[in-house]
Design a protein around this ligand. Structure first.
Ligand code: SAH
Length: 499
């Protein structure tokens, strides 16, 4: 069967601005062909099994010529692959998406186009500039400011000025002084509000406010560089009061997230939603033990137990897999009560249609062991090296239990010199730790003896903080052992630093 090409707009940078349909296309891709402007956070969504081809282009000399890109798409599809062509913003807005489809259409290759959010409206929106506003304008125009080497701009400035609409120029950073000159020469008032937005919708976003006449000078002062859009029109005056993105509590703050990849999603997303510049570096991985005769044996005899207890979502997912291997579902547990260490684990149970009967007030192993209202036998399904606090508490209360290992935690062993350098240079002032094992995985990743003096470890609880202190990392611990509290801690800590 022949393959297919899906042209997907990756949006302007913020991974949240990729469409649902674009994300689905990515998830199903065998091959992903991408550009320079696609943000790392979107590239991180490419499935592990997919092959990637970087055809990132530079302004003057194309890294991979357009004809060659067209050829690659054709060849990959003809080889039967499901190809995603991932492009910054929207593929058809100065993205040469049309050119890429021509060869496919000629050769009868199946294709689809998934629109993306163009930087022309998104970089403006994140900068607090509504591209239209009833009181100020009745049209918006998207114009290329691309100038061929040595050639004058071929823009009809008189026509643009006559529209009285908002003007958005893409690819116009180097031609900006010429654009300004053209608009002034065509009679536009030099006092017209104007702006530039650099790296829009990313943690590095910067806005330059000016008037048409002062824009070249202001932009030069700030050193505005590509990628940036130029916006001209009265709506630019609203930016100062509407620039919600710049006011986010973690705007631009670099934070390293060390959670295992399959669990990093929520924490990284929550930090990004507050504007943080998140680097995901999963330092540990949880691997279910499969088959797991100890768990399967205990479950086969489930009637012996009064309580079934979980201390992590990873334990719940190992349990879920074992149940399905046994050809059973939640009904099999019938009379057994369920204990969960905290809200994340309880949520994982709920996703299986199971409600936790007990979650301790304080989300840790000791409180779970002390508070579990058990009389009969307890089955604990957890990590290979679980905290002794849980079993000690049960023993003190004369409650019998079986402690079964259902997954193991594997540290990522490869050393990362670039991470160590960034850390020692102070470029990663914060790292989040959600367990003692993420701390250990992190330390082994950057290498023993690294200088941690320019970072603060944001820890989910006391045990995690204690492990970090052991390695000489300055720490702050969240008020509660939840992802929400950890995010609050990050926001508070960053606020203290900048004030
Ligand atoms: N198809 C893309 C545009 C490609 S042309 C889209 O719809 O956005 C490349 C130009 O887009 C850059 O020169 C710059 O002007 C603009 N651009 C792309 N991403 C941007 C971003 N995150 N912030 C500001 N401008 C951006």
């Amino acid at each position: 069967m022949g393959g297919k090409v899906t042209l997907v707009g990756a949006g302007p940078g913020d991974p949240g601005l990729l469409t649902l349909k674009g994300r689905e296309a990515l998830a199903a891709a065998d091959v992903v062909v991408y550009d320079r402007l696609v943000s790392p956070a979107v590239l991180a969504m490419i499935p592990e099994g997919a092959r990637t081809i970087d055809v990132g282009k530079e302004a003057a000399h194309h890294k991979v010529p357009q004809e060659r890109i067209n050829q690659i798409l054709l060849e990959e599809a003809q080889a039967g692959h499901n190809v995603v062509r991932l492009k910054g913003g929207d593929p058809f807005v100065f993205g040469r998406g049309g050119e890429e489809l021509e060869l496919l259409a000629e050769n009868g290759v199946a294709f689809e186009e998934v629109p993306g959010i163009t930087s022309a409206i998104a970089a403006t929106a994140y900068a607090g500039i509504p591209v239209t506003h009833r009181d100020y304008c009745s049209s918006v125009h998207i114009i290329t400011g691309h100038q061929r080497a040595g050639k004058p701009l071929t823009i009809d400035f008189e026509a643009l000025v006559r529209t009285k609409g908002t003007l958005v120029f893409l690819m116009g950073v180097s031609a900006m002084p010429a654009i300004v000159e053209g608009l002034l020469a065509a009679g536009m008032d030099g006092a017209t509000p104007a702006a530039m937005v650099e790296s829009g919708t990313t943690p590095a976003q910067r806005r330059c406010d000016a008037t048409l006449a002062t824009l070249p000078e202001r932009a030069a002062e700030m050193g505005i560089h590509s990628p940036a859009i130029i916006v001209v029109g009265r709506v630019c005056a609203l930016a100062e009061s509407f620039c919600w993105f710049d006011k986010l509590p973690l705007k631009g703050v670099p934070i390293l997230v060390t959670r295992p990849r399959d669990r990093s999603g929520t924490l990284a997303d929550k930090l990004r939603a507050l504007g943080a510049d998140v680097t995901e570096y999963p330092c540990i991985e949880t691997v279910p033990i499969s088959p797991c005769p100890a768990m399967e044996g205990a479950l086969a005899d489930i009637g012996r137990y009064e309580w079934l207890v979980f201390t992590s979502p990873a334990g719940v997912s190992a349990f879920r897999a074992a149940l399905s291997r046994m050809g059973k579902d939640g009904r099999y547990l019938a009379g057994v009560k369920l204990g969960a260490i905290g809200s994340g684990t309880a949520r994982a149970l709920r996703e299986m249609g199971l409600a936790a009967d007990y979650v301790p007030e304080v989300y840790d192993a000791a409180h779970l062991g002390q508070g579990l209202p058990a009389v009969g036998r307890v089955l604990i399904l957890r990590a290979e090296i679980g905290s002794p606090a849980l079993t000690e508490a049960l023993r003190r209360r004369n409650i019998s239990y079986d402690d079964v290992s259902v997954y193991r935690t594997v540290y990522r062993s490869e050393h990362s010199q670039s991470l160590r350098e960034a850390l020692e240079a102070g470029a990663l002032p914060y790292a989040t730790f959600t367990s003692a094992s993420t701390v250990k995985g992190f330390v082994s990743t950057v290498g023993e003896g690294a200088d941690f003096s320019r970072m603060v470890g944001l820890c989910i609880g006391e045990q995690t903080a204690a492990e970090a202190r052991k390695h000489g990392i300055a720490v702050k611990a969240a008020a509660r052992a939840t992802i929400g509290a950890l995010v609050d801690l990050a926001a508070e800590t960053a606020a203290q630093r900048t004030n």
